[in-house]
Design a protein around this ligand. Structure first.
Ligand SMILES: *[C@@H]1O[C@H](CO)[C@@H](O)[C@H](O)[C@H]1NC(C)=O
Ligand SMILES: *[C@@H]1O[C@H](CO)[C@@H](O)[C@H](O)[C@H]1NC(C)=O
Ligand SMILES: *[C@@H]1O[C@H](CO)[C@@H](O)[C@H](O)[C@H]1NC(C)=O
Ligand SMILES: *[C@@H]1O[C@H](CO)[C@@H](O)[C@H](O)[C@H]1NC(C)=O
Ligand SMILES: *[C@@H]1O[C@H](CO)[C@@H](O)[C@H](O)[C@H]1NC(C)=O
Ligand SMILES: *[C@@H]1O[C@H](CO)[C@@H](O)[C@H](O)[C@H]1NC(C)=O
Length: 461
């Protein structure tokens, strides 16, 4: 009997295990090693060791040896990151304690954010733990630390406390690190960035709540945030954001990177309105940034507009037949919805001719005109939002106050439509901006004033 040891690679937390390789007629068992690592025993059953199978066994033996080495390396890197995380969390606990002893101005919002982020960490660690299926001490202590911090934050809230900027900086750092861990996991199973060699959406992950909007205004319900879907060199990490308490679009803010976004350190604000000098304002909230250009619904005349942030000028084009009578379910003024995917730039709308059914147009970026148009069979006012991935339109609807569902898919390659059911969690019941970004395969949602994002897991091709 040949006996191999193989460390299990960890699959993405919310997703099922990847199928094990086909081990022929052998069998596989898993145990937990001394230091908490998963050990996978592979038994090849040929006790009689027939000569004709020796060759095969040797080949798989070599392959296994290479796999083992690869997986050990991956696990070691991962463990190293956990140790760092743990250190930082300890440090953070210390800082929370310091705050506890120095009463000052009380900022409710900051506490709220802290709690949201702690809850996120907690969920993530739980997921990581489950996916590794081991009782690793590193995970246990990480989990306890986070739980403990949640309690401390709860206690802190009942006191008068000083500004929590320092803690927020630490949280931003931590969050980045946790994101990295998450990325590492996703990489094991997801399609490569930019690739469409997959079978469409398998599921949408848990909502990751990054921050209340940069204006720190809880009534700024109308807005959007995200990343450039085709960034110019040097702007790969840039984020954009705009929100207001009404649906008029006045300006757009950009941030150098995620950290600046969270810290509300604007890199630049582009004004679409300056007294009588210019008025390039928009309405609705289904705008995006692509190639350092802001695509949005122009206010007057009703049309699609692009504001080039490089030249700081806007141009607009009337979308043939597009009607401003059919908005999405959650909010008025959402007549033109821009989207970008691996294949280009899109706009969805409805027409009188389609009797309010959703129409999809591919925008030729060079001429800023519609190149091709598809008509779907779904009534736009019953849809809450739509986005594109790899030339497939996905439409969402509301299930209840906590649940949203991707219920419809239209494939522009085949002209075929499909009713699907891909539920995902909403942070709060109402949102106005949802878009996919092909540069990181995430969904970005502006949900009742909060920045929310989701990982997307694809079916294999
Ligand atoms: C798996 O291998 C073990 C050890 O050789 C053996 O006891 C067990 O019966 C095998 N199970 C199956 C399903 O082949
Ligand atoms: C902990 O915080 C202090 C600042 O108070 C910093 O100097 C130190 O590098 C931090 N340690 C870690 C491991 O982050
Ligand atoms: C996790 O381990 C337990 C026992 O250690 C086992 O029963 C269970 O099937 C494992 N789950 C997965 C997903 O491997
Ligand atoms: C949790 O916090 C309390 C008080 O802040 C502390 O005494 C305790 O040691 C902490 N526990 C862990 C496991 O960190
Ligand atoms: C995950 O994949 C992306 C894109 O392929 C890559 O940039 C990133 O470095 C990978 N992350 C890890 C941890 O390997
Ligand atoms: C924006 O303006 C720059 C500079 O003129 C130009 O190179 C770029 O193509 C423009 N982008 C778009 C999307 O029109």
């Amino acid at each position: 009997m040949h006996h191999f040891l193989l460390l299990l690679l960890f699959a993405s937390p919310t997703y099922a295990w990847l199928p094990m390789e086909d081990w022929g007629s052998g069998n596989v068992t898993a145990t937990v090693g001394e230091s908490g690592q998963c050990i996978c025993h592979v038994y090849l059953p040929d006790t009689t060791f027939p000569a004709d199978r020796v060759g095969n066994a040797e080949v798989s033996s070599n392959k296994l040896a290479a796999d083992v080495e690869l997986h050990i390396n991956k696990l070691n890197i991962f463990k190293g990151q956990l140790v760092i995380l743990l250190e930082e969390l300890k440090n953070l606990t210390g800082r929370v304690e310091v705050l506890e002893s120095g009463p000052d101005k009380y900022i409710k919002l900051e506490f709220e954010l802290l709690r949201i982020e702690l809850r996120e960490f907690e969920a993530l660690v739980t997921q990581l733990k489950t996916s590794l299926n081991s009782s690793s001490p590193a995970f246990d202590s990480l989990y306890i630390e986070i739980r403990n911090m949640s309690l401390i934050v709860d206690q802190l809230e009942s006191y008068d406390k000083s500004n929590l900027e320092v803690i927020r900086i630490e949280f931003a750092k931590l969050q980045k690190k946790l994101e990295k861990c998450q990325d590492r996991q996703e990489n094991f199973s997801n399609a490569e960035i930019g690739s469409c060699k997959h079978g469409g959406i398998l599921r949408v992950g848990k909502p990751v709540v990054s921050q209340l909007n940069a204006n720190l205004a809880s009534n700024y319900n109308y807005g959007g945030w995200g990343k450039d879907s085709k960034p110019l060199p040097g702007f790969e990490q840039m984020y954009w954001y705009y929100a207001y308490s009404d649906r008029q679009l006045r300006r757009i803010h950009v941030y150098a990177d995620y950290y600046s976004l969270i810290m509300r350190q604007t890199m630049k604000t582009y004004e679409l309105y300056i007294n009588t000098a210019k008025d390039w304002q928009g309405t609705g909230n289904n705008y995006i940034v692509r190639g350092n250009t802001f695509y949005y619904q122009y206010r007057n005349p009703f049309s699609m507009a692009k504001y080039n942030m490089t030249t700081q000028t806007a141009v607009y084009r009337v979308v043939p037949k597009a009607s401003n009578r059919f908005s999405y379910h959650y909010s008025p003024d959402q007549n033109l919805d821009f989207a970008a995917d691996e294949t280009g730039l899109w706009v969805t709308y409805a027409t009188e001719e389609s009797r309010g059914k959703l129409v999809l147009g591919k925008i030729d970026e060079e001429s800023f005109a519609l190149a091709e148009v598809w008509e779907t069979t779904i009534f736009k006012q019953s849809v809450t939002n739509a986005f594109m991935i790899c030339g497939i339109l996905y439409a969402t609807r509301s299930v209840d106050t906590h649940t949203e569902e991707i219920f419809y898919a239209y494939d522009t390659h085949t002209g075929k439509e499909n009713y699907v059911s891909l539920p995902f969690e909403k942070f709060q019941s109402f949102y106005v901006n949802l878009d996919y970004n092909p540069t990181d395969q995430k969904l970005y949602m502006y949900n009742n004033g909060y920045y929310v994002s989701y990982n997307v897991k694809f079916k294999s091709a």
